[in-house]
Design a protein around this ligand. Structure first.
Ligand code: ATP
Ligand code: MG
Length: 437
């Protein structure tokens, strides 16, 4: 092992920069969002797919394009130590999903609607809204060519914003056209930028002849003016591409979805054609894109499958959650029903037995655990019960236990109300709880 790997024994180990721990109670917000997404995906008939976090490097190089930020500088790539295979931590999931769809011939009996959730890895400069490990939730519809599926995916995202209460999210749309139209636009772009060589930065110069569309995606303020005046993909669309775009817009109009056409919108990966879109907000500073996607009708073929159209989007979970917090939403309440207070260590077998019954009946209950010198004072246990957020304290006092009962005390609404409950009928109490919620 190299010296770098062997660390001094007592040295404190920390997480990798840009890769964050998600701790309770914040983790509840992630679960809450994921729950909303699962229920929504079911209603839109999208089914879950789980692909590996590690894929072969050529999948991304071929899939996303060699001259993209991700492939040029953001991938965590390494060699499999045993056989030297070039591997990469997935920077996004579309390529892996397409690989799986092709590998398992999933389109043999028609199109598939899929969704995923999970971590992605990109070696970027860590800052607000930009991490090296971050979660994405994505939806992909493969095998469908019509604009109504582009619309369905956009409506699905809009429904999610509504479901979680977000209002400050704008939709921007554009169409990049088909490969032949893109080729023409590309020639015009190169000609345009060649007239402004002095303004191009290093990245742009390098990409001028390999991938000039990428230049439109620049974040360099000094280049904004020449990007603004550059030829627009929209002006190169033929009749069929225009009709696809018009159909999408008319479905969105009919559904009351507000959008702006942004003729400058291009995406960071090469696989897109026709529709591209982004949901953005002003509330998150410069990392304002919360969800982005588009059509990628040539990726399946490019990754070795039988040609099949496809469209999808991915949203940044970290940014969506920050926006939810920013808008003061999604504060997750404690879901704990009860806290078990125990006066004697000897009662613990009975306590655990009783809690098993309650939990099987759907009650969430936290047990007070002993410390080195016993259960601790009743006063300190009540304090714990209060701060746990539980609705009730279940008191296993010495007297109670000797009579085979517990005292149940309300900790909410001013607290105080209490009643005895026989342990033989503890499940009855559980059912009164369930009927109230
Ligand atoms: P950006 O222009 O912000 O770099 P991108 O074009 O690289 O975004 P996509 O690859 O389309 O983003 O990913 C979809 C979404 O995933 C983004 O809109 C964003 O919400 C989120 N995302 C992308 N990169 C990161 C990151 N490093 N940290 C957190 N979220 C991210
Ligand atoms: Mg990026």
């Amino acid at each position: 092992m190299s010296e770098k790997i062997i660390s001094t024994k007592s040295e404190k180990l920390t997480a990798v920069k840009g890769m964050n721990d998600v701790l309770p109670p914040q983790s509840a917000a992630v679960e809450w969002l994921e729950g909303k997404v699962r229920s929504l995906m079911a209603r839109y008939a999208y089914r879950n797919i789980r692909t590996p976090i590690v894929e072969r490097t050529p999948l991304f190089v071929r899939g996303l394009g060699e001259v993209t930020d991700i492939v040029e500088k953001e991938m965590y790539s390494f060699e499999d130590r045993l056989n030297g295979d070039p591997l990469t931590l997935r920077p996004e999931a579309t390529a892996g999903v397409v690989r799986a769809v092709v590998e398992h011939s999933m389109l043999y009996d028609g199109g598939k609607r899929l969704y995923y959730m999970g971590p992605m890895f990109r070696h970027e400069r860590p800052q607000r809204g930009r991490y090296r490990q971050f979660d994405q939730i994505g939806a992909e519809a493969l095998g469908f060519s019509g604009a109504e599926v582009d619309a369905e995916l956009i409506l699905l995202a809009v429904a999610l914003w509504k479901e979680v209460g977000l209002t400050d999210v704008r939709l921007e749309l554009n169409s990049l056209g088909q490969p032949n139209e893109r080729a023409e636009h590309r020639q015009a772009l190169i000609a345009h930028f060649e007239l402004h060589m002095e303004v191009l930065d290093e990245d742009a110069k390098r990409r001028l002849h390999t991938n000039p569309l990428r230049i439109l995606d620049t974040k360099n303020p000094a280049m904004q003016a020449i990007v603004e005046s550059a030829p627009r993909p929209l002006d190169y669309l033929g009749a069929a591409s225009l009709e696809h775009f018009t159909t999408l817009k008319s479905i969105l109009d009919a559904n009351g979805v507000a959008y702006t056409v942004n003729p400058r919108l291009v995406r960071g990966m090469d696989y897109y054609n026709l529709t591209v879109f982004e949901f953005t907000t002003d509330r998150l500073g410069s990392q304002g894109t919360v969800c982005a996607g588009g059509r990628y009708d040539y990726l399946v073929e490019q990754l070795g499958g039988k040609p099949a159209p496809a469209v999808g989007w991915a949203l940044g979970v970290d940014r969506v959650l920050e926006l939810i917090r920013e808008q003061g939403l999604g504060a997750v309440e404690s879901t704990l029903d009860a806290y078990a207070i125990v006066s004697e260590v000897t009662a613990l077998p009975l306590v655990l037995q009783t809690l098993q019954t309650l939990r099987a009946a759907g009650v969430s209950v936290q047990m007070h655990a002993s410390s080195g010198d016993g259960m601790g004072s009743m006063k300190s246990q009540f304090k714990r019960a209060d701060s746990s957020g539980a609705h009730y304290a279940i008191i296993f006092g010495t007297d109670e236990v000797s009579q085979n009962l517990v005292t149940i005390k309300s900790l909410r609404d001013g607290g105080g109300a209490q009643a005895s409950q026989s342990l033989n009928e503890i499940a009855d109490w559980a059912s009164t709880l369930q009927s109230r919620t």
